[in-house]
Design a protein around this ligand. Structure first.
Ligand code: FMN
Length: 179
């Protein structure tokens, strides 16, 4: 099973993540957990989230990039679900050996993520916080799927990213099933 943890604070206004999510939803083994739909009061059902993670081999974190990081509810999900003694620390081995894929969209075009650009650093400089969140829990880290310029990107290019996303999920599911 693939757990897709989706965190978009304004899903009705989404363009890029909506397209990506629809592509992923079509993959049979994907279970989508939409955090802002499920927990509008920020009261995360930690037991339910953990149950899904335990049943999953691939964990996807999909969200728009916000302040170079994850939206607030995704961050709270990290704080509460990946707690010490469960996913980290002594006896915290629940996610060891699982795989993590980060899927994110940025408002800025890729040119913004260069030394002279508006965000000052290459995008790779902003990856380690997410990467180490996964690795600290003992998960394997896959190359992230990043869509830059989420508001300007042409429909065809966005659809290409969505197709790649879907293909990566299908490949993972096929490999996990032994074929
Ligand atoms: C509060 C907030 C913070 C944001 N921070 C960033 C940022 O750090 N870097 C960036 O490139 N875009 C940033 N954006 C733009 C979003 O990433 C962009 O609107 C989103 O990826 C578009 O995806 P969507 O069509 O699914 O909504 C931010 C947007 C908001 C509302």
């Amino acid at each position: 099973m693939i757990a897709l943890i989706y965190a978009h604070p304004y899903p009705a206004r989404s363009r890029a993540n909506r397209v990506l999510l629809e592509a992923a939803r079509g993959v049979p083994s994907v279970i989508v957990r939409s955090l802002y739909d499920n927990y509008p009061d920020f009261e995360i059902d930690v037991a339910a989230e953990r149950k899904l993670l335990l049943e999953s081999q691939l964990i996807v974190w999909q969200h728009p990039l916000m302040w170079y990081s994850a939206p607030a509810l995704q961050k709270l999900w990290f704080d509460t679900v990946l707690a010490n003694g469960w996913a980290t620390g002594e006896g915290g081995t629940a996610l060891e050996g699982k795989t993590c894929l980060w899927v994110t969209t940025t408002g800025a075009a890729s040119a913004g993520y260069t030394p002279g650009g508006v965000h000052g650093f290459p995008f790779a400089a902003f990856v380690p916080v997410m990467e180490m969140t996964a690795r600290y829990c003992g998960m394997h880290w896959l190359p992230p799927l990043v869509v830059h310029g989420a508001h300007q990107i042409a429909d065809a290019a966005l659809q290409q990213h969505a197709a790649q996303y879907r293909q990566r999920l299908l490949s993972f599911a096929a490999e996990a099933a032994g074929g």
